[in-house]
Design a protein around this ligand. Structure first.
Ligand code: NAD
Ligand code: TYD
Length: 349
């Protein structure tokens, strides 16, 4: 069946994996990737699909209301998979306004454009909003986030994502907008910008730089390989029920310090260094303000309803990830020159 689908934020980390999957798996779909190409957007992530017939790139800003309106008029989208966002908690602490603009205002602009285009003709249309488990706040030592867990966001980033989730549900409830939302745990894998824990530490180890562990390092995250997230998004887009929320997680919890120690071990092997070399770079630094203690997703609704499960064991996913970054040193070197150095100095000095 022919469809024209808008994927926002397709030049970013997760978005590029979603674009690749859809372009290759659905040759009958026209996939339009809209991305502003902020510091986190990188067309290098999509070199392998950029000349494919069913792929189109549009550079633009979701905050620009009239541009978004015109884009919907031009393509008459059947569906939207919305990933574009400011996505890094530390940056949201220093500059919350950018998060409100892109994550909240940008999302509402897309909702308005979809509502106006689909009015009275909602059949077969879908607004898929990609969100995060961070909207649920922080867990104690036990328990899991369910789809019914109350929202309790703690950072400017998670508050902006929570707000956008509420707007999507409000448009479903008020205007009959067909939608689905998924809330996913921490992703890792190829193409992640090295401001997030794993690529930052991989890059620092390869350069012999210290590994800044926030606080006592005993914060817990649930890690999912990015391709498994893209596969879940495909399943939910095609088989998810209207107006439903699906949690996506790796069934894979680690404290930061345990994760970092495994990473150090695997990096020593990959770089042919003596065991213990990378671990010597661990440096405990000042904690992140308002640092959420623990995230843990119960993804059983997705597993039971749609038959999705993570395909990789964590050690295997981590080894693949390390191998990718070491084979793509040029990718890393290109994005860590220039502005990245200023960001790094401000964040870690
Ligand atoms: P990312 O920061 O790597 O990429 C974001 C992309 O959005 C970039 O390509 C950027 O250029 C684009 N963008 C930013 N502002 C824009 C704007 N105003 N207009 C158009 N494009 C804009 O982010 P990511 O890690 O790939 O996350 C993608 C989505 O998944 C986000 O919505 C995020 O909240 C969500 N998410 C991320 C994780 C994770 O672990 N990374 C986990 C769960 C959910
Ligand atoms: P991050 O990758 O920023 O994802 P999120 O904050 O969205 O979970 O961080 C993952 C964990 O690693 C989080 O507990 C913060 C911690 N962390 C560090 O200890 N040092 C760092 O330099 C970074 C970037 C993160």
């Amino acid at each position: 069946m022919n469809k024209t689908i808008l994927i926002t934020g397709g030049a970013g980390f997760i978005g590029s994996h979603v674009v690749r999957l859809f372009v290759n798996k659905y040759p009958d779909y026209k996939i339009v990737n809209l991305d502003k190409l902020t510091y986190a957007g990188n067309l290098e992530n999509l070199r392998d699909v950029e000349n494919t017939d069913n792929y189109i790139f549009e550079k633009g800003d979701i905050v620009d209301e009239s541009y978004i309106k015109d884009l919907f008029t031009k393509y008459k989208f059947d569906g939207v998979i919305h990933l574009a966002a400011e996505s890094h908690v530390d940056r949201s602490i220093t500059n919350p306004m950018e998060f409100i603009m892109t994550n909240v205002v940008g999302t509402v602009n897309l909702l308005n454009a979809a509502k106006n285009q689909w009015k009275g003709n909602e059949d077969g249309k879908l607004f898929y909003h990609v969100s995060t488990d961070e909207v649920y706040g922080s867990l104690g030592d036990t328990g899991f986030f369910l789809e019914t867990t109350s929202y309790d966001p703690q950072s400017p980033y998670s508050s902006s994502k929570a707000s956008s989730d509420h707007f999507v549900r409000a448009y479903g409830n008020t205007y009959g907008m067909p939608y689905v939302i998924s809330n996913c745990s921490n992703n890792y894998g190829p193409n992640q910008f090295p401001e997030k824990l794993l690529p930052l530490f991989i890059n620092n180890i390869r350069n012999g730089k210290s590994l800044p562990v926030y606080g006592d390092g005993k914060f817990t995250r649930d890690w999912l390989y990015v391709v498994d997230h893209a596969i879940a998004i495909d399943k939910i887009y095609h088989e998810g029920r209207n107006a439903e929320t699906y949690n996506i997680g790796g069934f894979n919890e680690w404290t930061n310090i345990d994760l970092i120690k495994i990473l150090c071990k695997q990096m020593d092997i990959a770089l042919c260094k003596e065991e213990g070399t990378a671990q010597q770079l661990i440096t405990y630094v000042k904690d992140r303000p308002g640092h959420d203690k623990r995230y843990a997703i119960d993804a059983n609704k997705l597993k039971n309803e749609l038959g999705w499960e993570p395909s990789l064991q964590f050690e295997e996913g981590l080894a693949k990830t390390i191998a990718w970054y070491l084979e793509n040193e040029k990718w890393m070197d290109n994005i860590t020159s220039g502005d990245y150095q200023n960001y790094y100095k401000k964040q870690y000095s």
